[in-house]
Ligand binder design. Structure first.
Ligand code: SF4
Length: 301
């Protein structure tokens, strides 16, 4: 058995710190546990992160495979990397833009950075996506418009500071349990509202579960804005300093009662969401809210 080695869990984007111990086989991960020193998870680790990472029998792939006569067969790293290099060189000589490089949200920031350097600097392609635009093209455009940056502006450190937490169309109790622990710990002194047509595990843990009809997110969000405007809770100074087109947006708002009916919620649900916004709120959302129904078809980016 090797000693405990600190590393990052690659199973989801929460980025927990793990300690892993190698098996005696020379490969294989015998044991996995949360790293108490790591600021994201402070020793916690979810079942998925542990069970999908540990491999005491060393059955995960340890050697590269190449296809010969239609069959994938084990080979050496020199042969595998040689083939990749040769194919990339040929494609690059033809046209660097004939190569597209796609990364994944499961990479660490460091790996994404290195891959970007390889894609743009070594291969020279302009078709590189580390994950962000591939996964969130319409959201990234909105982030740029709203915040001038292509990512949500808050960090884990904001979670304990929040007075209310709104989880919209996501089920972090199952998908990101370590992050959800941050949220529920903070919500003990505040409030947790979950918006989801489905009665999820996260909704079960919430103080308020708002259950709109499927597909009614936008109507519900507009009902909340209409209610905020109607009850005079708009932060006029902020709107003046940081937004454009607010009056146009307001002119187009639905009546609150009509929007509630369309979304399949009660006015009390809209009031609960509007009140949550009165506190220092953090809003967490899932891909169903992030993405446009028409994907990149209408993106100007
Ligand atoms: S929440 Fe679970 S799967 Fe995600 S990074 Fe942490 S241990 Fe890994």
């Amino acid at each position: 058995m090797t000693g405990w080695v600190p590393t990052t869990c690659m199973r989801c984007a929460v980025g927990c710190g793990h300690l892993q111990r190698g098996a005696d086989l020379g490969h294989g991960v015998d044991s996995v546990r949360g790293n108490a020193e790591h600021p994201t998870n402070r020793g916690l680790a979810c079942q998925r992160g542990v069970s999908e990472t540990s491999d005491p029998e060393g059955t995960f792939l340890t050697r590269p495979l190449v296809r010969r006569d239609g069959e994938l067969v084990p080979t050496t790293w020199d042969v595998a990397l040689g083939k990749v290099t040769e194919r990339l060189r040929t494609a690059r000589e033809r046209d660097p833009d004939s190569v597209a490089v796609l990364g994944s949200g499961q990479q660490t920031n460091e790996a994404a950075y290195a891959l970007g350097k390889a894609a743009r600097g070594a291969i020279g392609t302009r078709y590189y996506d580390a994950n962000t635009t591939l996964c969130m093209a319409s959201a990234v455009t909105a982030y740029y418009d709203a915040f001038g940056s292509d990512a949500p502006p808050c960090s884990y450190e904001d979670i304990p500071e929040a007075g209310s937490h709104v989880v919209w169309g996501a089920n972090p109790a199952v998908a990101h349990p370590v992050l959800f622990r941050w949220v529920t710990d903070s919500a003990r002194d505040g409030e947790l509202i979950v918006v989801d047509p489905v009665a999820t595990e996260s909704a079960e843990a919430a103080d308020v579960h708002v259950q709109p009809d499927p597909g009614a997110d936008l109507t519900l969000a507009r009902a909340v804005l209409a209610h905020v405007v109607e009850t005079g809770r708009v932060d006029e100074a902020f709107v003046e300093a940081h937004t454009a087109g607010f009056d146009d947006a307001c002119d187009d708002l639905p009546g609150v009662d009509a929007a509630c009916e369309t979304a399949g919620v009660e006015r009390a649900d809209v009031e609960a969401l509007a009140s949550a916004l009165d506190a220092k709120t953090l809003l967490y959302w899932g891909m169903g809210v992030n993405q446009s129904t028409r994907g990149t078809a209408t993106s100007g980016a």
